[in-house]
Design a binder for this molecule. Structure first.
Ligand code: NAP
Length: 259
């Protein structure tokens, strides 16, 4: 299927690894010029080279921290008028809420809620004027069903989701959609680190914990970031203008609810 977005421009945040990288790769394969943001220049350059080898599009990199005002300024200077915005940032650490300070909460809310809102604010009116825009917020399955040890994520991401639920209904008449894409467990560094931490805590060998996580999911496996990237590209496609304010869960059936 031709997604109808060749020639468009995308700003993809937190895009040198994992889910953000997969989204950038799929958009680039569809002919979208991508600007990739992450903090570490080496990984960013390696990812840019990989994307260039699999597409014909311009690939720009910005090595910066997207959760800071300066980082967002640099990202927007490199891609001032994106047609597609993929909001993503590192997730907060797991733990017990009794151990988290006010500062920990401010950081989680900044990284996983305010950063996305600031980027939406900076780009959405241009999209409205141009009559095309696709904004995808990479959040978490925790938005549908809280994850016990990830209270910071449960809280901050729910805040972003609530804000977007209102705004997305105001932009859709201009062919600008805003949706959430909710990963369950996907095979990325982030997930491997979380499984490692849980295994250490439970005094369980890492390989055993990883195998158990795969087995626990109804799909009998963890998600492949490539599946996530393909879904993201579809949400950004020309065909997806009638879907907004939705939260698309990709979790192999892990969420047990009927709806
Ligand atoms: P990952 O594989 O660890 O990749 C994270 C990417 O984000 C890297 O490119 C990293 O590069 C970049 N990044 C992190 N903090 C950044 C910042 N402040 N500014 C710019 N770039 C930043 O993680 P992932 O699994 O793809 O996770 C992406 C998001 O999905 C996270 O918020 C995570 O919590 C959420 N999530 C993931 C899963 C899963 O199973 N994988 C499930 C639920 C939710 P640098 O470190 O070089 O900046």
């Amino acid at each position: 299927m031709d997604l109808g977005i060749a020639g468009r421009k995308a700003l993809v945040c937190a895009a040198s690894k994992g889910l953000g990288k997969a989204c950038a790769l799929h958009l680039a394969r569809e002919g979208v010029a991508v600007t990739l943001v992450a903090r570490t220049k080496e990984t960013l350059d390696a990812t840019a080279a990989e994307i260039r080898s699999q597409s014909q599009v311009p690939v720009t990199v910005v090595a910066t921290d997207i959760t800071t005002p300066e980082g967002r300024k640099a990202a927007l200077a490199a891609c001032p008028a994106p047609d597609i915005l993929i909001n993503n940032a590192g997730g907060p650490p797991p733990g017990d809420f009794r151990d988290w300070s006010e500062e920990d909460w401010q950081k989680a809310v900044n990284n996983n809620m305010i950063t996305a809102i600031m980027l939406i604010k900076a780009t959405v009116d241009g999209m409205i004027q141009r009559k095309f825009g696709r904004i995808v917020n990479i959040t978490s399955a925790a938005v549908k069903s809280p994850i016990e040890t990830l209270g910071l994520s449960n809280g901050a991401r729910a805040g972003l989701t609530g804000f977007v639920a209102g705004l997305s209904r105001q932009t859709v008449r201009h062919n600008v959609t805003i949706n959430g894409l909710l990963p369950g467990p996907f095979e990325t560094d982030r997930l491997f680190t979380n499984i490692k931490l849980a295994a250490e805590k439970a005094k369980q060998p890492y390989e055993e914990a990883l195998a158990a996580a795969r087995k626990r999911n109804p799909a009998g496996r963890l998600g492949d970031p490539d599946e996530f990237g393909a879904m993201c590209a579809f949400i950004c496609s020309a065909h997806a203008g009638f879907m907004t304010g939705q939260n698309f869960l990709m979790d192999g059936g892990g969420y047990p609810g009927t709806l």
